[in-house]
Design a protein around this ligand. Structure first.
Ligand code: ADP
Ligand code: MG
Length: 456
């Protein structure tokens, strides 16, 4: 059965925009949640990453929005800045046919000053991380006493990150008569308690959590503890994947594994929750633009990130929770692409493997560890150049593209993703054109200014 958005009580501007985005039918979580969301009910929804949860709540925020009223009407809380940025971006896209909707992101790791400035101009929808929102509330700089809807996105993750007290404090600033939408990939006790405390007769929605496994090949290798790193190097030499995420248990493991892989000549970066924001931006940019092949990450850091077409996922350590395992491997084999998920486990981790087997009902394929292929790791196809200026210097993607391709200096095809941040910008360039690009940028002016670039 087709689940058209047109059967929902949505205004024509939103419906037309959904058409133009080619969102023709609702995803299962959208079909299950939106009627209740639009009717103003509370919901608690459990659904896997990539199931379309953002649209499921964003339409619920946008449909009743009064753009003439410049006070926050909705607050969306997310565990990390990357997720908040993604959510804000998606809401802006969905709102682009509604004139003058202001969506503001308020997250830690960024200077407070500009955020205070933006707040003074008013915002309809605020998206942020609990720490920064709490901070702004304490300073009396943010008023959420009139919000209609509160969204807790990835609630389990926020609790895992220790945001329970912040959530309590934030919720105390919201009106009692509000709609509360809670989204979570898992339902541990602490999420149930959160729901019981802050929601009113929530409708519970669960969407099939097992990823359709058909396009993912899963292989397990049993290893000795001391052998883990060697095993990883062997696996990588066999796979030579274009892009790969390696999951580790802790931040320290991430750093150690990333360092060891770098020493072995791999194009690799670590991503974990305690990195400085600027550093994390850089890591994510370089991975997405194909100038870094391997990301070594903790679950917290990698969760919910919209990484497309990941060829390989490696579990350096098995996840404690089988649901987390399914989420991890669900990052590969997306949209029809063939993906491979490889997991290393020690005898002591056998119980985790048993839990995964119970949960998925699939017998794991445990194979003998392959030897090292002897092949050298391949460098990433692209190199990232960083500009010492960004939006605040009025630098736009088109300017960068123009400067590089002007006078046919560098072919357009050799230029990859361009990301412009407030105070810096990144452009991915095919390896063989990097020098050329560097010298060109150092010689020319963009918007009358000289910019410096350096290789990331
Ligand atoms: P989640 O938060 O559940 O992990 P997202 O909300 O980030 O998932 O959505 C995942 C992807 O699916 C996004 O790229 C989004 O643009 C896309 N998407 C969402 N809803 C639809 C839809 N109805 N039709 C097509 N694509 C959709
Ligand atoms: Mg999401």
């Amino acid at each position: 059965m087709s689940q058209s958005f047109r059967q929902l009580p949505l205004n024509e501007a939103l419906l037309q925009n959904l058409d133009s985005l080619e969102y023709h039918s609702m995803t299962p979580v959208q079909a299950a949640a939106l009627p209740d969301v639009l009717a103003g009910h509370d919901i608690i929804a459990k659904a896997k990453t990539g199931s379309g949860k953002t649209v499921a709540f964003a339409l619920g925020l946008l449909q009743p929005l009064n753009v003439r009223y410049f006070s926050p009407q909705a607050l969306v809380l997310c565990p990390t800045r990357e997720l908040a940025d993604q959510v804000a971006k998606e809401i802006r896209t969905l709102a682009r046919t509604m004139p003058n909707v202001k969506v503001l992101t308020l997250c830690g790791g960024q200077p407070l000053g500009p955020q205070l400035g933006s707040l003074e101009h008013g915002a309809h929808i605020v998206v942020g991380t609990p720490g920064r929102i709490e901070d702004l509330l304490e300073r009396g700089k943010l008023d959420i006493s009139k919000i209609r809807t509160l969204v807790l996105d990835e609630a389990d993750r926020m609790l895992e990150m220790g945001f329970r007290d912040s959530l309590d404090n934030i919720l105390a600033h919201t009106p009692p008569k509000r709609q509360t939408l809670l989204f979570s990939a898992t339902y541990p006790e602490n999420v149930k308690a959160l729901s019981a405390q802050f929601q009113r007769e929530p409708k519970s929605i669960t969407v099939e959590s097992s990823h359709s496994q058909s396009s993912i090949e899963q292989i397990y290798y049993q290893v000795e503890k001391e052998q883990r790193l060697e095993a990883l190097l062997a696996v990588l030499s066999q796979q030579q994947a274009e892009s790969c995420v390696i999951f580790c248990a802790t931040r320290q493991d991430c750093n150690e594994v990333a360092d060891a892989l770098a020493d072995a000549g791999h194009s690799v970066k670590a991503l974990h929750g305690e990195m400085e924001q600027k550093e994390r931006d850089q890591v994510l940019v370089t991975f997405a633009n194909r100038s870094c092949r391997i990301l070594v990450a903790t679950d917290v850091a990698a969760r919910g990130l919209d990484i497309k077409e990941l060829a390989l996922v490696i579990n350096y350590h098995l996840a404690r929770d089988p649901e987390v395992h399914v989420h991890r491997i669900g990052r590969t084999g997306r949209s029809g692409h063939q993906g491979i998920a490889i997991s290393l486990f020690t005898a002591r981790e056998q119980y985790k493997l048993d839990a995964i087997t119970d949960y998925t009902g699939q017998t794991p394929l445990v194979e003998d560890l392959p030897g090292h292929s002897g092949e050298e790791p391949e460098p990433a196809p692209m190199v990232t150049l960083q500009f010492d200026g960004g939006k605040k210097q009025k630098l736009r993607p088109g300017d960068i593209l123009g400067a590089l391709t002007g006078d046919a200096a560098i072919p357009g095809e050799a230029i990859g993703k361009i990301n412009v941040f407030d105070f810096c910008a990144y452009v991915a360039i095919e390896r063989s054109y990097v020098r050329n690009a560097q010298s060109r940028i150092s010689q020319c002016k963009i918007k009358g200014k000289s910019f410096r670039v350096r290789k990331v």
